[in-house]
Design a protein around this ligand. Sequence first.
Ligand SMILES: *Cc1c(COP(=O)(O)O)cnc(C)c1O
Length: 405
Amino acid sequence: MSFDVAAIREQFPILKREIDGNPLVYLDNAATTQKPQCVIDALVDYYTTCNSNVHRGAHRLADEATRRFEAARDIVKDFIHAPKREEVIWTTGTTEGINIIANGLSQLLSTGDEVIATGMEHHANLVTWQQACKASGATLKTVPVTDDGELDQTAYEALLNERTKFVAFPHVSNALGTVNPVKAMTAKAKEFGAWVLIDGAQGAAHCKVDVQDIGCDFYVFSGHKIYAPMGIGVLWGQASLLENWPVWRTGGEMIATVTLQNATWNVLPYRFEAGTPNVGDAIALGEAIRWFSALDHHAVVAHEKALLDYATELAENFDGLTIIGNAKHKIGVLSFVMDQGHPADIGFLLDRQGIAIRTGDHCAQPLMTRFGVPGTARASFSLYNTLEEVDILFAALKKVRSMLA
Ligand SMILES: *Cc1c(COP(=O)(O)O)cnc(C)c1O
């Protein structure tokens, strides 16, 4: 099956937009992806035909909303190959999923325990563990990043020991595009009995995710980076852990019984879903994953790799441009700096030509410090981008270079 990028683009209405008379070239996919019409339709259809609060109503709309909401949970379960549907917890996104686990962890750790994260984290997967360690007296260690932008596996092994209770790392770096060897890293942590959380914010849309094959305990991701709306995400965790993990938010739906002085907690997944959930966006996330899963995964990966390879080749031959992050295994992220200008200026001048990239620290300040840069310019590709758009980017960068020189 070949990959028909024109047919894919047809399904994304926003890609028809123009910016100051230029066709939009959207290369900020690591920040958020655009939404296909079927996802927009799923959201509109929910609010048009069956908006209702779930699980509580004894009426037709509540039944329909509940059925669609729980069907979306099944779609996620299959997508990440989770053993049990009740292990799929709805969140607002990656950040909230990590916070739920970190909050519980802070109550489970004590002085002398160690937590390992890495030097390539998004702040969401670093500051959370800093806080959990500060609250519990545990110590945070971090895996260094090599010059190529990979995790130093020898150093990682040296950090692991009997005191290691928890290990967190990204499936894929949002700032560099590095794909980490998550299965091997999980296996090493498991030799010491540590719990493992994987930040899958970038992994879900670009890598095959099989939580049972990886062997991790927790996997989190955001809907909006995989063609679904903002405000919905997934925390997956092993039932045996989540059943006993300290609860985070308390309130309606997450309780079993309540007296004036005490309460007991509901079963999974509701134990972690206090309050009215984001029903419409959960249904739309289900639709996004259904749509994405129906594509030929190998063709998608090959297309995104072709975009990265072409962009990398042009970047390597572009005077004054330095790529940050040359890992052997990358998704379509090209992070770079230019001798002539600050990343913010590059972003501004590209926007004038209709090209959307991201500039700055990408919520990864320690990683920027590691590479001695204040930030980078980052073009990140998705399945709807084209080789012509890569050409447009580099033609525009030539103009930027001469304007800044
Ligand atoms: C985007 C991102 C996050 C945070 O996701 P939110 O949707 O903002 O909660 C965390 N980690 C990585 C690697 C990301 O790319």
